[in-house]
Ligand binder design. Sequence first.
Ligand code: SF4
Ligand code: SF4
Length: 172
Amino acid sequence: MRLVEPVVELGRGLWRTLNSMFEKPVTIQYPEEKRPVRPRFRGRHVLKRYENGLEKCIGCALCAAACPADAIFVEAAENTDENRFSPGERYASTYEINMLRCIYCGYCEDACPTEAIVLGDNYELSFTSRSQAIYPKEMLLEPVPDTASLTPRKVEPGKYNRSVPEMKDSQD
Ligand code: SF4
Ligand code: SF4
């Protein structure tokens, strides 16, 4: 009786091993194949644009103030109708995020009044020096939609006076 039990257990173990040899492998062939991320995943930041191509960021630096890791640096400059980057008075002439400091808390996203900064689904962050870890605006800004033109651009005078889009419901 004492011998039966270990033999059964051994048999079960071997059966499990044998069985797994015929199971579909779970290895994902990264980087050719990428695993979809969870809906609440927070990856690399993206600076968004409106559908017309204008930048959502107005250079207010609220994201930098909210950042607990002091990872964001913003410098603002004035928009003009001849040289317009974003709606309203100002745009971010410099926008940098130090990815070595970022803890992906999402506070910057929450603080932004125009929903310009968003933590996206890109997890491919690699750099070989400290300076490469500072992502400038050019890296963060999303591409211009096909139907829109580049920024800066000349626009109709007085057309983009509001920095923050009008909301249908103040609770939005
Ligand atoms: S996710 Fe958090 S730590 Fe990273 S830049 Fe935004 S506020 Fe700062
Ligand atoms: S990302 Fe948002 S909070 Fe940060 S500077 Fe631009 S508009 Fe302001």
